[in-house]
Design a protein around this ligand. Structure first.
Ligand code: NAD
Ligand code: UDP
Length: 338
């Protein structure tokens, strides 16, 4: 059993990971300012797990608040999800992204150092790779992110690497997520974006529910099976399990390691749409639109490092992703506001 401080624990991936940690018997403290989430997610996690995480409302940019939490909870490890994640918004508000994602992480690392906490699992992203020179992306692919958001992830990876090299006995796993989707099978927790969703699965779910008219598909002239973009979608419950495996790895290993988290299998936008139609038992209207600026044709993970180092592999497929998203959407038409 480990004492795990989870920053951003009320968020989409954080809440699923908190649930997996509690179920595995770990003690969890969620530290979140609810900038993009609701405390209701943690209430539901408590019901599903049959026990509660400690819950603290606080901001990672607030050193005193972090310090108080470390002093009291004495974590063995940190899983660091808290941050801003909208690529488009990061182009409009780069300084907010650097402050929260980069400076905020520095505050977390400095607090870890003060309290001699030596293990961190960090939420990185496949966006650090940028345009593919070859596929699938392995962890040695050149890093050239194309947005301020992606650069914050790259900078933080470098900061963590430097810190781990300088501090004897520390370890870090930087998980590069591909496209996290889906929801816990209970339908009680899931992704609850504000306003009109930017991402494919939440958008499909709203169209299927009749809350949006049709999906706009960004581009049908890519060099893919059917001309629409191809992504490596990964079920959020598989992703949560990858964090448990990463925590275990960090406890037994020193050094900083970047590891992809995907399935190694791609699905196109049209393939996801058809899988969602099957899951929801209804047709989904769509139209083709021009390409979305900044999108790449294909993104696919090489998954052998995760298998070798973490002994972890994704077990859920595209049908599981769509069925669980639909289950969450239909039970919670207004997300946590229901
Ligand atoms: P999310 O927005 O649902 O979760 C992030 C959480 O951090 C939210 O609960 C938010 O309230 C909290 N937060 C934001 N700023 C904070 C601050 N200053 N102090 C304390 N808490 C703060 O996002 P998510 O999808 O769960 O993503 C979690 C992490 O994974 C993020 O770092 C994100 O960049 C990364 N990631 C996400 C994806 C994805 O597609 N969802 C892909 C790759 C990487
Ligand atoms: N996409 C789309 N319509 C939408 C949202 C997304 O066609 O309303 C496409 C997008 O162009 C990409 C894929 O779906 O090819 C996945 O996009 P998403 O925003 O979910 O994730 P990204 O890969 O951009 O991180």
């Amino acid at each position: 059993m480990t004492r795990v401080l989870v920053t951003g624990g009320a968020g989409y991936i954080g809440s699923h990971t908190a649930l997996a940690l509690l179920r595995a018997g770990h003690d969890v403290l969620s530290f979140d300012n609810y900038a993009n989430s609701s405390p209701e997610a943690l209430r539901r996690v408590t019901v599903l797990a049959g026990r509660s995480p400690e819950i603290v409302e606080g901001d990672i940019r607030d050193r005193a608040a972090l310090d108080a939490v470390f002093f009291r909870f004495r974590p063995d490890a940190v899983i660091h999800f808290a941050g801003l994640k909208a690529v488009g918004e990061s182009v409009e508000r780069p300084l907010a992204y650097y402050r929260t994602n980069v400076t905020g992480t520095q505050e977390v690392l400095e607090t870890m150092q003060t309290h001699d906490c030596r293990q961190i699992v960090f939420s990185s992203s496949a966006t650090v790779y940028g345009e593919a020179r070859y596929l699938p992306f392995d962890e040695d692919h050149p890093l050239a992110p194309t947005s301020p958001y992606g650069r914050t992830k790259l900078f933080v990876e470098d900061i963590i690497r430097d810190w781990v090299h300088a501090r004897r006995g520390t370890s870090a796993v930087m998980l590069r997520y591909f496209n996290p989707v889906g929801a816990d099978m209970s339908g009680q927790i899931g992704e609850d974006p504000n306003g009109i969703p930017n991402n494919l699965l939440p958008y499909l779910a709203r169209v299927a529910a009749g809350r949006l008219e049709r999906l706009g598909i960004f581009g049908n002239d890519y060099d893919t099976r059917d001309g629409t973009g191809e992504r490596d979608f990964i079920h959020v419950s598989d992703l949560a399990d990858a964090h448990l495996a990463a925590l275990d790895f960090a406890a037994h290993q020193i050094g900083a390691t970047a590891i992809n988290v995907g399935t190694g299998q791609g699905a196109t936008v049209l393939e996801m749409l058809h899988a969602f139609e099957t899951a929801a038992g209804r047709q989904i209207a769509y139209q083709f639109l021009p390409r979305r600026p900044g999108d790449v044709a294909r993104s696919l993970a090489a998954v052998d490092r995760a298998a070798r180092l973490l002994n972890w592999r994704a077990t859920r497929d595209v049908a599981d992703m769509c069925v669980s998203t639909w289950n969450w959407q239909s039970r919670n038409p207004d997300g946590y506001g229901t």
